[in-house]
Ligand binder design. Sequence first.
Ligand code: UD1
Ligand code: PEP
Length: 432
Amino acid sequence: MEQYIIKGGKPLHGEVTIGGAKNAALGILSAAIMTDETVTIENLPNVRDINVLLQAMEGIGAKIERVNEHVVKINGSNISRINIDYEFIRKIRASYYLLGALLGKYSQAQVALPGGCNIGSRPIDQHIKGFEALGASVKIEYGMIHARAEKLVGSHIYLDMVSVGATINIMLAACMAEGQTTIENAAKEPHIVDVANFLNSMGANIKGAGTDIIRIKGVEKLHGTEYSIIPDQIEAGTFMVAAAATKGEVLIKNVIPKHLEAITAKLVEIGATVEEFDDAVLVKSNSRLGNTHVKTLPYPGFPTDMQPQIATLLALSNGTSIVTESIFENRLKYVDELARMGATVKVEGNSAIITGVEGFTGAIVSAPDLRAGAALVTAGLVADGFTIVDQIEYIERGYENFEQKMQSLGAKMEKVDVEDDKAIQKFKLKVG
Ligand SMILES: CC(=O)N[C@H]1[C@@H](OP(=O)(O)OP(=O)(O)OC[C@H]2O[C@@H](n3ccc(=O)[nH]c3=O)[C@H](O)[C@@H]2O)O[C@H](CO)[C@@H](O)[C@@H]1O
Ligand SMILES: C=C(OP(=O)(O)O)C(=O)O
């Protein structure tokens, strides 16, 4: 087990390159097994969730060839099982995309109920409703979801709530169903569009991704393709917030600025400078920022996956801010950890009432989930003294070389083994 040690107080300066979007990659990898031809995927982030999903795919017989850290070739022609081992599923949320992919290709699938970040109850009733509308019978027995159909037939599905996972899963299951499927009240996140573009590059006929009505005309089969995944909106946003929080200046490269608009708007509103280029954003701040209110919403609203990071920034800003989490019911657990570093935050229902403080002080804190973990690292970069962030396995689910990227921006941050009791001493001696 490892942890991060951070000595705060150094503004981030320089350039950082953003990797491929984890949440697009999870859908795209699952979709890749729907053809018997080889698929090449580029700009794949080398993070834990992706590696777990690739192992799960290998476990059912998919051939996975890692061309390099960020390129993989997948061949699904020898898939021998339609049931995914629990060992993989409990680790990642998006294992449920294999349900849609296997059901779409073989008309049957068995996948354990998914894991992922513990940020709420996270039911999958809308996924099931979608599969059933396409003609599958779905049962949950002994923690496994069993889906089976004689044949899948296109249908009209109205999602009761905007769900990223259900939208992608229904697209997967529907793309080789007979006839047309319409998903209404679909999610519009950039990764929905990316998965749809990927499926279309395999020969699917999906229109309207990125709007709230997606129409899918079933095709007989899908073929091989080469595809490069879009940049990760949330990794980019995390570095934008860290640049502003440390009063630094960072050029964040390989991004799609349009995907960052909700984050950019909030940073500008509180006084940071954000300059947009074709595929980069420059974030600058040199004074204490102001307050604002943030409410998480489906895209194009402010992303829930950026909520802990922006709340951390606002906890250092001047005045009172209210951050309302409207997507997940349990995504404010990290505020107790932030309070240990000196933040003043009161949780009322699904809102955090934040009274900005002038600075944080270093402490030993635990990452309760992926994005809250990234937020605690940001707090550590600002804090006076040393911060230890443990349970970083959550952070590594979604950030590639996080400490190396931070170091390249001048951060004093290292990843060390928790068992190594000399590591902290050595780090302190090194950074002074
Ligand atoms: C792997 C992945 O891409 N994860 C992302 C995905 O999660 P995930 O796909 O799990 O999130 P959803 O968009 O489905 O969830 C949105 C809301 O709908 C509820 N819901 C969802 C499905 C369902 O069948 N029933 C139901 O009640 C959820 O509990 C939640 O309250 O989108 C979230 C919202 O942008 C992000 O925070 C996650 O990072
Ligand atoms: C919550 C997240 O991931 P997951 O849905 O896989 O738990 C995330 O990426 O912030």
